[in-house]
Design a protein around this ligand. Structure first.
Ligand SMILES: NC(=O)c1ccc[n+]([C@@H]2O[C@H](COP(=O)([O-])OP(=O)(O)OC[C@H]3O[C@@H](n4cnc5c(N)ncnc54)[C@H](O)[C@@H]3O)[C@@H](O)[C@H]2O)c1
Length: 400
């Protein structure tokens, strides 16, 4: 590695970035708060309300909506002043609501997002953007009819300082030529929620049923798929997959064990995306492997492991210049953005950006077009999984 590269790498490891940290400061200076409605008050909706309660300078949660009474009651605990609704259409009629967060099961994302846009609201729509490719295409077209309204998609890793830094690593070539991506999201649990009444099984455990859900790929791997799109400015050309209901034979329809392989032709890169419900050894894992080194990412912690030859060069340069010695961990890695484990959850930064985009009339980093690219990839992967046929990206998707 040349000295110039070494200096750049040292700066990259320790340095700061303008976005999205800068956005936090920008948002706190606004006078008018945005009035928000939360549609879908399950784990995610309530989690969002708790995060919004830390952003009171920007948002007021004025309305909450859920079809289940006990969920609505739970949400009232986090937003006692909010008006409760059981029908999202009534919430959307409220002219005082500026924006909505949609955190319902996947099959409802599209109809509710369309209704919210038509009602004049700004929309933060949870990932995966839509239940199908057809809906993704239609939502892109729909959003074009409402150019003054923000439609942000909930892929929050695009907003974290750590993942921004890793994108910078990739784009500046510090990993060399990347050929392999290893992404996992594993657990040793059935992925079910407690059901207070058997009649609510499908409503509460919607993730288990294909009528409502895209399973492990849509719910978990979509985040890593989206990050790859963003960091490499790409999308896959070919997708193959295998999987099954291999452990939890409990009436579920979505697979509990999946492996998807994607070929990114332009980058000369293979992406391996896997998830199982029957082993948690790897948990969340994200490795990006290049000729010069590997990035290993957890949610809010990342390490760079130079390949042997580059590590030696780094040490030699270090010895010659007397520059601060990089400290390798036991596995020979160096932390990326030290202290990032203390950073806020990515959703915090995504919400701050949502505010800024509405306030300053900007297009979000995770918008309907990038959301569509990821949704389409997820659905092609699921098509490959369930139909057992390889899938190819269609050129027409690039126009979205
Ligand atoms: N970005 C992330 O990291 C992240 C994390 C978790 C979940 N999510 C996404 O958020 C969404 C919700 O996930 P969850 O874990 O909260 O699920 P959940 O089942 O806990 O919550 C969904 C809620 O929506 C309610 N709902 C169903 N139909 C409705 C309707 N017509 N109107 C209003 N509410 C309705 C349900 O009753 C339930 O309370 C999913 O799309 C999921 O992928 C994103």
């Amino acid at each position: 590695m040349k000295r110039r590269d070494f200096v750049k790498l040292s700066g990259l490891v320790a340095g700061s970035i303008l976005s999205p940290v800068g956005l936090v400061q920008a948002a706190s200076t606004r006078q008018n708060k945005l009035t928000l409605g939360i549609i879908g008050c399950g784990s995610r909706g309530n989690g969002m309300i708790r995060l919004l309660n830390e952003l009171t300078g920007s948002f007021t949660v004025s309305s909450i909506c859920d079809v289940l009474d006990f969920r609505l009651k739970e949400a009232q605990g986090f937003a006692p002043a909010a008006k409760p609704f059981k029908d999202y259409r009534s919430l959307l009629e409220d002219k005082k609501v500026d924006a909505v967060i949609i955190a319902t099961p996947l099959h409802l994302h599209y109809p509710i997002a369309v209704a919210a846009l038509e009602a004049g609201k700004h929309v933060y729509l949870e990932k995966t953007m839509t239940y199908s490719i057809e809906e993704a295409v239609k939502l892109v077209a729909k959003a074009k009819q409402y150019p003054t309204q923000v439609l942000q998609i909930g892929h929050q890793y695009r907003y974290t300082p750590l993942y921004h830094k890793v994108k910078e690593y990739i784009q500046k070539g510090y990993l060399g030529k990347v050929t392999q991506l290893d992404c996992r999201w594993d657990r040793n649990a059935n992925w079910r929620k407690e059901v207070p009444d058997p009649s609510l099984e499908r409503q509460i455990n919607w993730r288990m049923y294909r009528e409502y859900s895209g399973g492990l790929v849509a719910e978990l791997l979509s985040h890593q798929i989206d990050f790859v799109h963003w960091a490499f400015n790409t999308r896959p050309d070919e997708i193959s997959a295998t999987g099954g209901i291999d452990y939890f034979k409990d009436g579920r329809e979505t697979y509990d064990n999946v492996q998807v392989t994607m070929r990114y032709q332009k980058e000369g890169m293979v992406g391996n995306f896997g998830a199982t419900c029957a082993n948690e050894y790897d948990g969340y894992l994200f490795k990006i492997k290049g000729t010069k080194g590997t990035v290993k990412l957890l949610m809010n912690e990342g390490f760079f492991y130079p390949e042997k030859v580059h590590k030696q060069k780094l040490e030699t340069v270090d010895g010659v210049t007397g520059a601060t010695k990089l400290t390798w961990d036991k596995q020979g890695g160096v932390p990326i953005l030290p202290g990032s484990s203390a950073d806020k959850d990515g959703t915090h930064y995504a919400l701050v950006d949502f505010f800024k985009c509405i306030d300053e009339k900007l297009v979000p980093g995770s918008d309907v077009s990038t959301g569509a690219r990821t949704a389409i990839t997820v659905h092609l992967a699921n098509e490959a999984l369930y139909s057992k046929t390889d899938q190819v990206w269609k050129q027409e998707y690039d126009k979205l």
